[in-house]
Design a protein around this ligand. Structure first.
Ligand code: 13P
Length: 249
């Protein structure tokens, strides 16, 4: 972890979590004091945003959503707009996650519209980028990442923003990128962001767990983690937060 930016450990629950599980998570996590050096955020499914909001705020854990629609309101059955997320207490919204890009077919153009709508309503997007295994093997990782980051062209320079570099082949597979791959790719992402006029945090994501968190968070250019599976249990998520505290101190 480098620089003066505050490290963020964010838990993306994906399509997991019922009300009782959320209560159990909060009860187990709640006894731990909020760290000064590390910011914590949770992105549960939409149905848990309101029920978790007040308690997470008390615990100084930021709330986020996993997606948003770009229209303000109206006849868009099944969609959730930025204002609804703000109403539920969200600060963050994950945009462009690889599962949405590949399963739902979300395009860079749609992601740009969602970025704009999020900024308009005061949300901080966590923009996910990452290459597939095939793209890495073909040696086009940087090209793919640059294309995904190009959605930031012309965006307001001071708009709140966090990037999450998540190699698709490391998501939910138990395979993590090596220290060298993480360091090299984060350096490229930071360079590209500077070129686009943005100086924001870059998180790493993909099979982050209590056993590898400290090593991954120690890589230069890594300013936090976006955690999937290991964020579902309070104990493993707290161990990752502790790893971040160690690295930050
Ligand atoms: O996609 C991820 C977070 O957004 C990573 O998921 P896993 O930590 O389960 O690999």
């Amino acid at each position: 972890m480098t620089g003066s930016k505050r490290c963020l450990i964010a838990g993306n629950w994906k399509m997991n979590g019922l009300l009782q599980e959320a209560r159990d998570f909060i009860a187990a996590f709640g006894s731990n004091p909020a760290p000064e050096s590390v910011e914590i955020a949770l992105m549960p499914p939409f149905t848990l945003l309101h029920p978790m909001s007040a308690q997470l705020a008390e615990m100084q854990i930021e709330l986020g959503a996993q997606n948003v629609y770009y229209e303000d309101k109206g006849a868009f059955t099944g969609s959730i707009c930025p204002l609804m997320l703000r109403d539920a207490g969200c600060h963050y919204v994950i945009l462009g996650h690889s599962e949405r890009r590949s399963i739902i077919g979300e395009s860079n153009a749609q992601i740009r519209s969602k970025l704009n709508a999020s900024w308009l309503h005061g949300l901080e997007p966590i923009l996910c980028i990452g290459e597939t295994l095939e793209q890495r093997e073909r040696g086009i990782t940087n090209m793919v990442l640059a294309e995904q980051l190009a959605v930031l062209k012309g965006a307001p320079k001071n708009a709140p923003l966090t990037i999450a570099y998540e190699p698709v082949w490391a998501i939910g597979t138990g395979v993590t990128a090596t220290k060298e791959q993480v360091t090299e790719t984060h350096a490229f992402v930071h360079e590209e962001l500077t070129r686009l006029g943005h100086d924001c945090r870059v998180l790493y994501g993909g099979s982050v767990n209590p056993g590898n968190a400290e090593e991954l968070l120690s890589c230069p250019g890594v300013e936090g983690a976006l955690v999937g599976g290991a964020s579902l249990k309070a104990d493993s998520f707290m161990q990752i937060v502790k790893a971040a505290i160690n690295v930050a101190s």
